[in-house]
Design a protein around this ligand. Structure first.
Ligand code: ADP
Ligand code: ADP
Ligand code: ZN
Length: 214
């Protein structure tokens, strides 16, 4: 099963993608996590990507597409995956489509987690991330057991540089301009499913499970 998560930054794509990955035993592939891991390890890719990420801009397609295609070519992706944060532009979606078509394959579902902008700005300020293992928390909705410490790996949690309010608005603008057109793109392919992302995260997941079973 190959699934794409669509939705604004902070809509809950990562949260839901992890639940899908656990339930269906497929890898959760997040381009944002891959970039952050590279930044943390000080790789050239990380240095390049950070310049864009800190401004709330997208990392250029050439760079992003290569990273993603390498990742999904790995053995663990053979039986499917859930993509979180890719594609984010029409050209990215076209490259992915073409790469899959060459393998006689296609995306099964594009799940749009729909959340209005006003909710997003509130959510992002409360997000806390573990840059070691990729776990995500929320100071109100999903607090860690011990304040400021990752439940999974014990590392300190951070407010991502790009989750500061001034950058969040830029990211939302970028989302509306460059990423939202993908909703129409996947609608035309007949694989789009929309869920109400303002609900409690368990209820959002129940709606996604219903979609995947239908
Ligand atoms: P969120 O889910 O909160 O939007 P991500 O972790 O998916 O955050 O992405 C963080 C940043 O990484 C993006 O704002 C962008 O700069 C970069 N990025 C991630 N995925 C892509 C992509 N597919 N194309 C271009 N840039 C990307
Ligand atoms: P995305 O990957 O789309 O950027 P995340 O999954 O990281 O979004 O979620 C953004 C923030 O909102 C996180 O702090 C997360 O814990 C929280 N969150 C996710 N889903 C919900 C929900 N349904 N209700 C309230 N908060 C949520
Ligand atoms: Zn962690």
């Amino acid at each position: 099963m190959k699934i794409i998560m669509l939705g604004a930054p902070g809509a809950g794509k990562g949260t839901q993608a992890k639940m899908i990955a656990d339930k269906y035993g497929i890898p959760h592939v997040s381009t944002g996590d891959i970039f952050r891991a590279n930044i943390k390890n000080g790789t050239p890719l990380g240095t390049e990507a950070k310049q864009y990420m800190d401004k709330g801009l997208l990392v250029p397609d050439e760079l992003t597409v290569k990273i993603l295609l390498d990742r999904v070519a790995q053995e663990d992706c053979k039986n499917g995956y859930v993509l979180d944060g890719f594609p984010r532009t029409i050209p990215q979606a076209e490259v992915l489509d073409k790469a899959l078509a060459e393998l006689g394959d296609k995306i099964d579902y594009a799940i749009d987690v729909d959340v209005p902008d006003e909710n997003i700005v509130r959510r992002m300020g409360g997000r806390r991330a573990c840059l070691s293992c990729g776990a995500t928390y929320h100071i109100e909705h999903v607090p860690p057991k011990k304040e400021g410490i990752c439940d999974v790996c014990g590392q300190p949690l951070v407010l991502r540089d790009d989750d500061r309010p001034e950058t969040v608005q830029n990211r939302l603008n970028v989302y509306h301009e460059q990423t939202q057109p993908l909703i129409d793109f996947y609608q035309k392919k007949g694989v789009l499913k929309t869920v109400d992302g303002t609900k409690d995260m368990k209820d959002v997941f129940a709606d996604i499970e219903a979609v995947l079973k239908a």
